[in-house]
Design a protein around this ligand. Sequence first.
Ligand code: FAD
Length: 224
Amino acid sequence: MKVVLVSYTPDSELIIASSASASYDSKKNFTPEYVSSFLKNLAERGHLSPFEHASFTFDIQGISRACSHQLVRHRIGVAFTQQSQRYTKLTEPHFVTPSTIEQGWEERYADLSLACHRLYREMVEGGIPMEDARYVLPQSFETRIVMTMNARELINASELRLCQKAQWEIRELFENLRSEVKKVAPAIEQMLKPKCYRLGFCTESKSCGLFPTRNKVETKNGSN
Ligand SMILES: Cc1cc2nc3c(=O)[nH]c(=O)nc-3n(C[C@H](O)[C@H](O)[C@H](O)COP(=O)(O)OP(=O)(O)OC[C@H]3O[C@@H](n4cnc5c(N)ncnc54)[C@H](O)[C@@H]3O)c2cc1C
């Protein structure tokens, strides 16, 4: 996969800090250190609406349709434009192969993917509309999607998608998004973490080991 940050709100961290500060009518000296700790403080207090003032636009290429389907489930503070399979002919069979598909499965996986693509091409060449021929293509086939997401939604979506229990491809995608954000907004990047970091416990039934599960924390605190 290839992820490129193509556009973003300039001085995004300053915009967030100064707009949050405006709500208290206070005047501050916005040094980078102050902005960074102020943003952290806002996030910890759950004062997240100022984060909506900053947006990031990513060009995401080479993810599977299985991954993009998960991505577009995020509905708030986000815009998507995806490569059309109705108007774009998929001339080459580019598909994603998960690393678990090994030990003798790779060949059958690749054979079937290529066979699907051959049938797709034959149908298109035989006059079947691309919008119908595409029905034979598996979820593994690659797509391109341009996504604009505001910082608040980036924090929410990262809490879900950077979890070790999230599916590997969308987790990898969010790791790439985080790396891109780090180049231009390091204080925001610091907030792009699985939700256990904020909660102090794991909400899954079995923890990956980073934080104990909720039950264990409650038992320890004597609330069970
Ligand atoms: C590990 C994992 C497994 C998943 N498994 C499944 C699955 O098996 N099946 C499935 O269908 N989906 C599944 N999902 C998708 C999941 O249910 C969400 O649709 C997806 O993660 C988007 O999250 P969201 O609703 O927080 O995001 P957004 O849509 O971006 O919303 C952001 C926030 O806005 C608020 N919000 C948004 N819309 C509304 C609304 N209509 N009403 C009230 N508040 C709203 C909520 O607080 C929400 O958290 C899974 C997600 C994860 C991370």
